[in-house]
Design a protein around this ligand. Sequence first.
Ligand SMILES: Cc1ncc(COP(=O)(O)O)c(C=O)c1O
Length: 495
Amino acid sequence: MKSICADLVLQRLAPDAGAALNRQLYDCLREAILDGSLPPSSPLPASRDLAREIAMSRNTVLHAYAQLQAEGYVHSRVGSGTFVAATTPESQLSAGRARAAAPEAPAAVRLAKRAQALVADAAAAPRQWGAFMPGVPDVTQFPHRTFGRIVSRLWRAPTPDLLTYSHGGGHPALREAIAEHLRVARAVRCNADQVLVTEGVHQAIDLSLRMLADPRDTVWVEEPGYWGFHKVLQMDGTRVRALKVETGDDSPEAGWPHGGTPPRLIFVTPSHQYPLGSVMSLARRRALLDHARASGGWIFEDDYDSEFRFAGRPIPSMQGLEPDSPVIYVGTFSKTLFPGLRVGYMVLPRALAAPFRTAHADLYREGHALTQVALAELIDQGHYAAHIRRMRVLYARRRALLAGLIATHLGPAYLHPQASNAGLHLVLQLPEGCDDVAVSQDAEAHGVLTRPLSRYYRRKSAQRGLLLGYACVQEADIEPAFQVLLGCLKRARAA
Ligand SMILES: Cc1ncc(COP(=O)(O)O)c(C=O)c1O
């Protein structure tokens, strides 16, 4: 007479399943344990007996038993045999299945005041791809095969340090590669020990604020300025004062906040002002550096897209203007590679490097070491510089195409006069009184993404315009999307 176990196996074993025999036997026994056909603590036949009863080799049965034991479905006692475990591994992993929440309106909650303001005026766009999404590079061009090859090689034998919590401000290989790239490409004065790898510019803003400004301390932010500065500042409770962007012929200190306490931090985008696209004059750079030195404050230099300059020589970083400058230089791979990577970097003045590294590890817990090593290889093997060179040519063509359409259909006055030939977007200037928010909404309703320029100002007397990203738009799609936009502008004029 066959054992119950053998009967169960013979009933359940599919005659022609593709998997190896020991895997099929393991599946049958596991299923029987889970559905209670083999109850907790019941004995399994000796491997030799089961093998004979189901006409398999003893090795096959031993393999299946070993796998069940390794996963905790059975245990064996020397001299007495193999038994079904009292509790299944599944029951130890699950706290009982919860029901999916009913689709009713969630109850009102009281958010912190700062969070209420943030949520009520959220700025991050839900759609991030398509004409004319500003700030997004052409991610389809990323050398994913090369990167994939590096990543899969590293995954074949990852060392423990690539998989545990990291510590020390980023993997040394990446910090070294970033330092070398920045010294050459951006004239940044730095060593690898000043580099701290972040999850992007927003994390760098947050860390700098937490480390250098107490609530109600003063900070200066460019006006107009990057919305990300304001969002993080809003949550950190600092006093924000507007540092107006130069208009070209004014003195270096025109538009600076007057009176009040000196700023702990000054947030600027000197090489390519965001959003207008201008370049900060040397006189203003020096004046800001002097001001920060004299008052014990720091300059936060957001150098988010300076690799993409299409005419003239690159604009060197502000950090590199002077030795030991009071500048926190910040960059990102979001624009040069792809935003979803979430890797950026800070170059810290020497005095700040160690405390920032410690705080970074304590506040955010570091990781992604494997990605960081892969990125370091991409840079060291020259693929990163080659990708930037290729993208520079591509983006320059796209920019010229879009600028040409604006000049032809609307006139050169619609191109922002301060813009330099660089970056991933340009600003379409609109006549005063034109509601750029309404035009942007109308365009979105017709499938074209833009950002209204007035949203980058805190003052009411904002300039009107639209930020048009060209980098992520295939050349063939630029003119059709622009025609849609022309239709929106016509409707706005008629309204
Ligand atoms: C001026 C500026 N800084 C920073 C960022 C964001 O960088 P990250 O993706 O590294 O957070 C952007 C993104 O559009 C930007 O425009």
